[in-house]
Design a protein around this ligand. Structure first.
Ligand code: ZN
Length: 492
C-alpha cells in the first residue's frame, strides 16, 4: 500500500505498514530536491499519489536554505521545527507550476509564514519533517526554540534559587511563595495547561492528509491490547517516612475497588522493608525506584555516578524495572542512560513543576530503548495544595478528555499528602468514576511498558482480504484505521 524513500517516523510510531525503497541514484533528484523524502500511496486502478517532506537528517547540508527553527501554527495546532519558506519549497518541487499553497502555516503571532503545498494530481508537500516535529515535543526540545538563551537561563536560575532556598523556609512561607510562583508559571503560554492537544491534533491531521492521498483510511496497530480503547495507570511516589507509614490511605481504597498501582520508593531516605515489597507484589502491585535520597542531587552530574549503583541495587532487591525522578528532574539524553526499562518522569504538560514543560502527549513513546510513560493528570500536591482545588472536577474532566482521545491517564499521587481530606475524597471519586468502565485498560506501568515494546516489535501485514498482525502483539493487538475521524475507537 505504501512505499517510502526513507524511514517515516510517523508510520514507525503508529505501526502503519510500509516498505522503504530508496530511489535509485541519479533519478532526477538534484540540488535542493535531494533533501526531499517521499511516501507513495498505491491506489488500485489509479495513479499513485505522494506525500513529500524535507528530511531533518539532510538539514546540516541544507542549512541556511532549508528554513528557520521556530514555533508555528497549522490548522488548530502549534508545532516546532525547521520550516522552509515558500521560495525554498518551490525550488524543491518537481514542476513547480503545478503546485499551489493548500494550507497556510503561520508564525506563533499569526503572520503567514509558509504553506503546505498541493499539486493538481493531489500530491502533498510538507515544508517540515514530521519526525523532527514529534521528537521536539517528546524530548521537550521545543523549550530551546524561540526564546533567547539568556532569558531561559535567567528564569531557570531564579527557579533554582527558589528551590534551593525552600528547605530553610517555614512551610506556610514556602506555600505562599509557591502560589505566587504558580501564577507566573501558569501564564507561560505553551504548553497549555491542564490540556495541550497540539501533538495529537497533528497526528489526526497527518492521518487525514495521508488517508486523502491513499483514497481510504490508514491502518495502524491499535494503541491498547484486548480491545480496550484507553489506559488508566495509577502510580505513587512515597516522599518520606510519613508517606511510607500512610501508604494504606491510598492502597486500601484501590484494593476495595479492584485497582492495582505502582509504588516508587526513595531507598536511602527511609527504610523499605522486604516485607512491604512482598506484600505489595502479593496484591499484584508494582514497586519502582524514586531516586536514592530525593535531595535535589540524585541526577546531578557530580552525584549520579556514585548513586546510580545503589539505585540499581534497590531495583534488583525490589524487582523494579521503572524509574520516577525526584521532582521530575529529567533530561532527554540522560534518562535513557539510567538503565531502567521505563521512565515516568515526564509530564504531558506541567508549568508548576521545578522543571516546567511537558512532552505534550498522553501516549507512551520511546527514548532510545527505554519506554517513556508520561504523567498525564496534574499532581495531587499541585492541584489541591498549590492551586487549592476543592474536588475532583479537573481530574475527571481531563481523564474524560484523554479517554475520548484514546490516550493514557497516568495518575501520580503521594501518600504523604493523603491526610488532606479534599485530596483523599477526590482520589476516591476518581477511582469510583472509572471502576466499572469496561473500555479502560487498568494496567500497571510495567505492563504498559511491556505492551508498548510488544507493539513496537509487531507489524501489520496485508492478507488477501484484509490485515493481520505478526509478532508478539498478534494475540492481543488489533488493526485500527485512521483518517476520517479522531483515532479513538476505530475498531477494525
Ligand atoms: Zn518525590
Amino acid at each position: 500500500m505504501f512505499e517510502a524513500s526513507h524511514p517515516f517516523a510517523f508510520f514507525d510510531y503508529f505501526r502503519t505498514p510500509y516498505q522503504v525503497r530508496p530511489f535509485p541514484q541519479g533519478s532526477g533528484h538534484a540540488g535542493a530536491a535531494a533533501f526531499v523524502r517521499t511516501l507513495t500511496a498505491a491506489r488500485p486502478g489509479q495513479a499513485p499519489r505522494s506525500l513529500m517532506w524535507i528530511g531533518a537528517d539532510a538539514r546540516p547540508a541544507a542549512r541556511g536554505t532549508a528554513g528557520q527553527m521556530g514555533c508555528y501554527r497549522l490548522g488548530n495546532f502549534t508545532f516546532f521545527g525547521h520550516v522552509a519558506p515558500d521560495a525554498v519549497a518551490q525550488a524543491m518541487l518537481p514542476q513547480p507550476e503545478r503546485w499551489h499553497r493548500a494550507e497556510s502555516i503561520r508564525t506563533a503571532d499569526g503572520r503567514p509564514a509558509t504553506a503546505v503545498w498541493r499539486d493538481t494530481d493531489g500530491n502533498v508537500f510538507l515544508p517540515f519533517d514530521p519526525g523532527e516535529l514529534m521528537r521536539l515535543f517528546w524530548s521537550e526540545g521545543y523549550r530551546e526554540v524561540g526564546r533567547s538563551g539568556v532569558a531561559a537561563f535567567c528564569r531557570a536560575a531564579a527557579l533554582r534559587g527558589y528551590y534551593l532556598a525552600r528547605p530553610a523556609l517555614p512551610r506556610p512561607v514556602q506555600l505562599a511563595l509557591r502560589r505566587l510562583f504558580s501564577r507566573v508559571q501558569g501564564a507561560s503560554g505553551f504548553p497549555a495547561w491542564p490540556i495541550e492537544d497540539s501533538l495529537h491534533d497533528f497526528y489526526d491531521w497527518l492521518f487525514a492528509v495521508i488517508a486523502n492521498l491513499a483514497g481510504g483510511p490508514v491502518p495502524f496497530l491499535g494503541l491498547w491490547p484486548d480491545g480496550r480503547s484507553w489506559a488508566l495507570v495509577l502510580t505513587h511516589d512515597v516522599e518520606t517516612a510519613a508517606g511510607y507509614r500512610d501508604m494504606d490511605l491510598l492502597r486500601a481504597p484501590e484494593r476495595a475497588r479492584g485497582y492495582r498501582s505502582s509504588w516508587n520508593f526513595v531507598g536511602a531516605r527511609y527504610p523499605v522493608s522486604d516485607e512491604t515489597v512482598r506484600s505489595l507484589r502479593d496484591d499484584g502491585f508494582e514497586v519502582g525506584v524514586h531516586g536514592l535520597r530525593h535531595d535535589g542531587r540524585d541526577l546531578a552530574e557530580r552525584f549520579l555516578d556514585a548513586r546510580l549503583p545503589a539505585m540499581w541495587e534497590n531495583a534488583s532487591r525490589w524487582n523494579a524495572v521503572g524509574f520516577r525522578s525526584p521532582a521530575t528532574h529529567r533530561g532527554w539524553e540522560l534518562m535513557r542512560t539510567l538503565g531502567f526499562g521505563y521512565d515516568s518522569s515526564y509530564t504531558d504538560t506541567d508549568p508548576y513543576e521545578p522543571q516546567p514543560g511537558g512532552c505534550c502527549t498522553y501516549l507512551p513513546y520511546f527514548n532510545g530503548d527505554m519506554v517513556e510513560l508520561p504523567i498525564t493528570l496534574p499532581q495531587d500536591h499541585t492541584l489541591f495544595t498549590i492551586l487549592q482545588h476543592a474536588d475532583a472536577g479537573l481530574w475527571l474532566r481531563k481523564a474524560g478528555h484523554i479517554r475520548d482521545r484514546g490516550g493514557m491517564v497516568l495518575v501520580l499521587t503521594h501518600p504523604d499528602y493523603a491526610r488532606d481530606q479534599p485530596l483523599a475524597d477526590a482520589y476516591v471519586t476518581l477511582l469510583d468514576t472509572f471502576a466499572g468502565d469496561g473500555t479502560a485498560w487498568r494496567a500497571l506501568p510495567q505492563e504498559v511498558a511491556a505492551w508498548w515494546r510488544s507493539r513496537a516489535a509487531s507489524a501489520i501485514r496485508a492478507t488477501g482480504d484484509g490485515w493481520t498482525i505478526d509478532g508478539p502483539a498478534a494475540a492481543s493487538g488489533r488493526v485500527c484505521f485512521a483518517g476520517s475521524r479522531s483515532m479513538a475507537g476505530q475498531a477494525g
